[in-house]
Ligand binder design. Structure first.
Ligand code: ADP
Ligand code: MG
Length: 885
């Protein structure tokens, strides 16, 4: 570094971020992970911040150096430090912070460590290191517990206090390891027997971990003090045993923080708006970060190896870590391509602190004594170089798919329970209303029966009275008659009048009888009318009421069921994505993932589905059991477009599993899928439906069914008007599958299957073309078989339908799958004499010759050769062209 006499040496021209404490909310709200303004989560450049701290003169120095001035002079307001060379000369250095001998521990913590701790709480890695000669105050600065005097507390204790104040105990975790590095051996200070801990680096992201180290979960401030005490005691004991002093080893405190962060998502809205309570659970993120506090071994060892009577090996080892730290800092400061991190354990461990993904503060401690001027000078230079090191900050967070899945499950369970509760309440209500209606009917019947009985008794009484009256009249008449007879016997008289009276009485009796009968009939009629009336009235009201309730409940149930389906399909999809993600991570590649909605027709998709393990299978099985295939299929016709999309995705996922296909077809799923294709309204629906049909079409048993249900025409229509390459790939795949079935060959062609395939080539996407080529090869093979069996005669339909130019054009396509299918198709066509002339005029002969010579597959090569030497038209043409064969 160039230095001017009495000039300022700048560690770095950049002062991009002041090392000032930030204002923070006084009490953190539990559960909210981001309490401070969110920062750029990708990469924030940050330089290593360097502060210098001057220790006050100790008692010995007061005595010994009484006549000498201090070798340093600090100018904290200018953030400068002057190191005296001699009485008239000094060098000036500038740091991010200059701390005088009077600086309090609180202030030191706030300017050196607090910004790092805050950034750790935001999800970044952070490191605080103390570097300096033994006795200059490294341990004082970092490790003081403040037992006697709280103002003495060092950086370790204060960092943990700030961490605990910011964390939420329910959702966040803190674990701590405490280690000692001595002579390139890493020892666990929480379990000293464990003295050979390996350092492991993740090749993907460079993260450093110590799998063998004890990790203690810390839940309160008291336990961290306890842990630091135990660690310190073990450090002293270990050093006594080795007959060394702790200044020769590095002490490393590692604090791992895991925080849950929630990111709210959109609300799933449905068409009628009443499913708005279906808020998608927020995306749970786990943010991991690490704070490393390193109390380095005394820096004087770097220069004094062996000179103080240490064993040479020991001195070398102690030197190794510190001197490689210096080398790494130099290399980083000079932007060298190679940084020798691997040279020592210390640098391997701190790899992700320097120039890595961390925010780093270094405090260099110096003493005032002129006797150690040399040491002090080299310490200051170390700090100056460190100021040039730039770090890249990366936030580390990953999706907690497990917890999202768990939340969805819980929401689902709640909905199922709610549905059940409502169903039960509905049934109870129906029962209650029924019971009430029955009671009322019984009461009406009873009232009526009473009234009837009263009426009957009344009639009876009246009748009896009448009879009695008549009988009295009769007796009276009889008496009169007897008397008259007596008179008649004695002369003519009133005999005729008494006979009249009898006749009159009889008539009266008859009239009364008739009246009674009429009254009884009337009563009977009234009775039946009353019965009908009361019943009808009661029933009408109740039925209307019940019907309304029933309708409401049915609507509610339908809505809940639809929500369940949506949630299940989301769950299914998430499981699938989580699985893909897991696989990607395991494979260490960021290769493309198969979305569950991308229902593919290939076997690859099948095996993927199978591979997803029990979780996926059980989800599908649960879906079947709990919702029922019939119900899922019925949702394909739902009025709600959103529900239809979800339902078709679920059906496509199910159809991708061979084991489900039979059930889907038996339950009418194929017809529903074809119906969706026919009704075409949405590209997603059409693509997913076509994919599901393609999967079903792989199964020979379904192919005829697809044909009889008009599927070929539908697929051909879709082929002609779809634009989306994915849809076209699915349609081409479905037709290609049908092309392999001998029994539907003729219908396939007559309903435009071949023309549809040829139309699809307009898309140009190699995946789509490969499906077209497969279809043509399948068709040519079946047709060739039919010709051999005498079922078919005449030219190939492929030639008739104009496929030959495309076949010839693509026979040597650079995409291997396309080329191979077309080569096969050409060989099949060429086997039949009737096609030979067209093949020659269409230029296919040259392709056949090429195939017979260059094709990478031996069986196809041989087939081409055999064909050329056996079909006479080819033979004579080759002779005419003087091509030896
Ligand atoms: P190191 O860890 O660098 O070897 P220590 O932290 O053990 O140094 O400090 C050596 C001695 O100096 C201790 O007795 C400590 O109390 C004292 N000391 C260090 N720094 C200060 C300071 N800033 N103020 C008062 N005493 C200090
Ligand atoms: Mg120390």
């Amino acid at each position: 570094m160039a230095s001017n006499r009495n000039g300022v040496q700048r560690g770095s021209a950049k002062f991009d971020r002041p090392l000032k404490p930030r204002l923070r909310p006084s009490s953190p709200s539990p559960g909210s992970a981001l309490r401070r303004p969110a920062r750029n989560s990708h990469a924030v450049p940050g330089r290593v911040r360097v502060a210098v701290r001057l220790r006050p003169r100790n008692a010995e120095e007061m005595m010994a150096d009484a006549d000498f001035a201090d070798c340093v002079e600090v100018q904290p307001e200018l953030k400068r430090l002057k190191l005296r060379r001699n009485n008239w000369d000094s060098d000036t250095y500038e740091f991010d912070e200059v701390l005088t001998e009077f600086a309090s521990q609180k202030r030191v913590y706030e300017v050196v460590a607090k910004p790092v701790v805050e950034s750790v709480l935001d999800g970044y890695n952070g490191t605080v290191m103390a570097y300096g000669q033994t006795g200059t105050g490294k341990t004082f600065t970092l490790g003081r517990l403040g037992d006697g005097d709280a103002s003495d507390r060092g950086i370790m204790v204060r960092s943990m206090e700030d961490i605990f104040a910011d964390l939420s105990p329910d959702t966040d975790f803190v674990t701590v390891s405490y280690l000692q590095l001595y002579m390139e051996t890493l020892q666990d200070l929480l379990n000293p027997a464990n003295d050979n801990i390996p350092i492991v680096e993740d090749p993907r992201n460079g993260d450093v971990s110590l799998p063998g180290a004890t990790l203690v979960e810390i839940t309160d401030q008291q336990s961290i003090l306890e842990l630091l005490r135990v660690g310190e005691a073990n450090r002293v004991a270990a050093n006594t045993k080795l007959n060394t002093e702790s200044s020769r080893s590095h002490a490393i405190l590692m604090v791992h923080i895991k925080r849950s962060v929630l990111e709210s998502e959109d609300i799933v809205s449905s068409q009628n708006g009443d499913a708005s309570h279906l808020t998608k659970p927020s995306k749970p993120l786990v943010r991991k970060s690490k704070l490393v506090v390193v109390d380095l071994a005394g820096s004087e060892r770097v220069h004094k190896s062996g000179s103080e009577g240490h064993m040479l090996e020991e001195a070398k080892s102690i030197n190794l870590s510190l001197s490689s730290l210096g080398k790494c800092i130099n290399a980083l400061a000079e932007n060298n391509a190679h940084v020798p991190f691997r040279d020592s354990k210390l640098t391997r461990m701190l790899r992700d602190s320097f120039g890595g993904t961390a925010r780093t503060s270094l405090i260099v401690t110096i003493g005032p004594s002129p006797r150690h001027r040399g040491e002090t000078s080299s310490t200051i230079l170390f700090g100056q170089r460190a100021m040039k090191v730039e770090n890249m900050l990366k936030i580390k967070e990953e999706f907690d798919y497990k917890s999202l899945s768990r939340k969805l499950e819980i929401q689902l369970d709640k909905l199922i329970a709610e549905n059940e509760r409502q169903q039960k309440a509905f049934e109870d209500e129906v029962e209650k209303v029924n019971l009430e209606a029955q009671c009322r009917i019984a009461e009406v019947e009873r009232n009526f029966a009473d009234a009837l009985e009263k009426e009957r008794l009344k009639c009876q009484m009246e009748y009896m009275e009448l009879v009695k009256e008549l009988e009295q009249k009769l007796v009276l008449n009889q008496e009169r008659h007897d008397c008259n007879n007596f008179v008649a016997d004695n002369g003519e008289g009133p005999a005729s009048s008494s006979a009249d009276e009898v006749a009159e009485a009889k008539m009266l009796l008859e009239t009364e009888r008739n009246r009674r009968k009429a009254a009884e009939e009337e009563v009977e009629r009234l009775k039946s009318q009353l019965g009908k009336h009361t019943q009808a009235e009661a029933e009408d009201v109740e039925i209307i009421k019940l019907r309304n309730i029933l309708e409401d409940e049915a609507n509610q149930k339908k809505r809940l069921e639809e929500e369940i389906i949506i949630l299940r399909s989301q769950l299914l999809q998430l499981n699938f994505e989580a699985d893909q993600m897991r696989r990607c991570l395991e494979n260490g590649s960021s290769g493309s993932t198969f979305s569950a909605t991308d229902s593919s027709m290939t076997q690859v998709r099948h095996s993927q589905f199978k591979d997803t393990g029990n979780g996926q299978k059980s989800s599908v099985a649960t879906l079947f059991e709990q919702v029922g295939l019939q119900k899922i299929l019925s949702l394909l016709e739902s009025d709600d477009a959103n529900v239809r999309i979800h339902a078709v995705k679920v059906v496509a996922n199910l159809a991708a599993e061979e084991a489900n296909q039979k059930r889907i077809v038996e339950a009418g799923g194929l017809s529903s899928l074809l119906m969706l294709l026919r009704r075409y309204e949405d590209e997603t629906v059409r693509r997913v439906a076509a994919g599901a049909i393609a999967n079903l079409a792989m199964n020979e048993a379904n192919q005829e069914l697809i044909m009889t249900e008009g599927g070929i025409t539908l697929l051909s229509m879709t082929a002609s008007d779809a634009e989306d390459p994915q849809t076209l790939r699915m349609v081409a795949g479905a037709i290609a599958n049908l092309c392999g079935n001998d029994r539907i060959l003729m219908t396939l062609r007559s309903q435009g299957g071949i023309k549809a395939l040829l139309g699809i080539v307009r898309c140009g996407h190699p995946d789509v073309l490969s499906q077209v080529a497969r279809g043509i090869a399948n068709f040519a093979k079946c047709e060739s078989r039919a010709s051999n069996q005498g079922i078919k005669s005449g030219r190939s339909f492929l030639i008739e339908d104009g496929a030959l130019p495309w076949i010839v054009q693509n026979a040597n396509n650079e995409a291997a799958p396309i080329r191979r299918h077309i080569e096969l198709a050409l060989c099949h066509l060429a086997q039949h004499e009737v096609n030979a002339k067209d093949l020659i005029s269409g230029g296919a002969l040259w392709e056949l010759v090429r195939i017979s010579r260059d094709c990478s597959r031996e069986d196809i090569r041989n087939l081409a050769r055999r064909t050329l030497s056996s079909v006479s038209t080819f033979k004579s043409e080759l002779r005419r062209l003087r091509i030896d064969y």
